[in-house]
Design a protein around this ligand. Structure first.
Ligand SMILES: Cc1ncc(COP(=O)(O)O)c(C=O)c1O
Length: 374
């Protein structure tokens, strides 16, 4: 049991630090903003949970109106299914014999859509499905310009789709793409890059339809891009996940949502009138993809993190905050911060209302669902 599991009902100020805290009302407000924006554009929402991982977060999204969740790993899919979440899409190629068998077994509980982008991989999925006596629903990942995974758009995509359609044990669902290259710092016109990327996906859908292959699922887009993706031809659903939290990175990418997720730390030392040392370092807050943003302090001259210490140098002398006071940080990137923690302290109006565990990181609390089901 963690330090804060026994703190439910206490004030935020009383929690043991460092602690990852979710402001429930802001989080729910962000979900409503996403849903009403997508609703206006007739798009469905299947939020990416790679940066969320907790079952309750997935349940909150689905309860509010998401059609399911997008996952990056089998672990995530397993814990969400176990938590009763349906409509799962794994936006990652599941490779390797043992993993493919786990993917196949999941289908006995509920359909879990899996991504593929090559003949070899689709054939391996087909073999696993046949061996387990199930059907695996598949989306074909199309490279929309990110140069990560994905079959090239257009004719190569049509050729692969034709093969997938012939394979026993697989059920064609449609296509997915991810325009993550639009978030590169050097990109000047993000809207234009998103437009071009999704045009590749749309052209592929048209080519597939021309070949008699319909695409009920056309899935793409993330929190840093979906505001530009709305209205793009062919798109049926959006994978934006981290927008439910917002953070420094998303702000820089143009999302003005309120910050729902913070890391609270406590001042442990004031060695000088300008230096503040807190009990959270890079093991509590990722510094990858941008530095965390401390709230409520004067202008900073410098900030550095070691493993368990955060060191902040104020530009001006100040007696506050004092030793024992809280310093709240907005993560530089929530995705790479949440995975450093085992649980989320759920705060409503300044009080700890619940503690949600984050099992999707390793799936270690899930065993039953991985076993064969009779
Ligand atoms: C396949 C895929 N879809 C969508 C996203 C966007 O995720 P988020 O909205 O959480 O930033 C990502 C991010 O890396 C991704 O890999």
């Amino acid at each position: 049991m963690s330090a804060n599991q026994t703190a439910v009902g206490l004030l935020l100020e009383e929690l043991e630090t460092p602690a990852l805290c979710l402001d429930l009302e802001i989080f729910r407000g962000n979900i409503q903003r996403i849903l009403s924006f997508l609703g206006r554009h007739k798009l469905q929402w299947r939020p990416h949970m790679k940066g969320q991982k907790a079952v309750e977060l997935a349940q909150e999204a689905v309860r509010a109106g998401a059609i399911g969740v997008t996952c990056a790993t089998l672990y995530e899919a397993e814990v969400f299914l176990q938590g009763g979440v349906q409509g799962i899409l794994i936006a990652h190629q599941i490779v390797g014999g043992r993993k493919l068998m786990r993917l196949a077994r999941l289908q006995r509980h509920a359909p879990v859509i899996a991504a593929t982008d090559s003949l070899e991989h689709a054939q391996a999925m087909s073999r696993a499905a046949l061996q387990e006596g199930v059907v695996i629903p598949v989306v074909m990942e199309v490279d929309v310009g990110m140069n990560r995974c994905g079959v090239p758009a257009g004719e190569p995509a049509v050729a692969l789709a034709r093969e997938i359609q012939k394979m026993r044990g697989l059920e064609w669902q449609g296509v997915m793409g991810w325009e993550g290259h639009a978030l590169k710092p050097e990109v000047k016109d993000r809207a234009e890059v998103v437009k071009q990327a999704l045009a590749r996906l749309a052209e592929t859908v048209v080519a597939l339809e021309g070949a008699g292959i319909s695409c009920p699922v056309v899935s793409a887009s993330g929190s840093g891009t979906f505001l530009h993706a709305a209205g793009m031809a062919g798109l049926t659903e959006v994978q934006a996940g981290g927008a439910v939290f917002s953070d420094v990175s998303y702000r820089n990418w143009g999302l003005d949502y309120e910050f729902a997720l913070t890391v609270i730390t406590r001042v442990v030392s004031r060695p000088t009138s300008r230096r503040i040392v807190v009990d959270g370092g890079f093991k509590a807050m990722s510094t990858q993809h941008g530095m965390p943003l401390p709230l409520g302090l004067g202008r900073l001259q410098h900030m550095a993190f070691s493993a368990e210490h955060g060191v902040l140098e104020l530009a001006q002398e100040d007696a506050c905050p004092r030793v024992g006071d809280l310093v709240k940080f907005v993560p530089g990137y929530t995705d790479s911060t949440l995975c450093l923690h085992d649980e989320i302290c759920v705060i409503r109006r300044g009080v700890l209302e619940a503690v949600w565990v984050i099992p999707g990181r390793t799936g270690r609390r899930v065993t039953a669902i991985s076993a064969p089901v009779a």
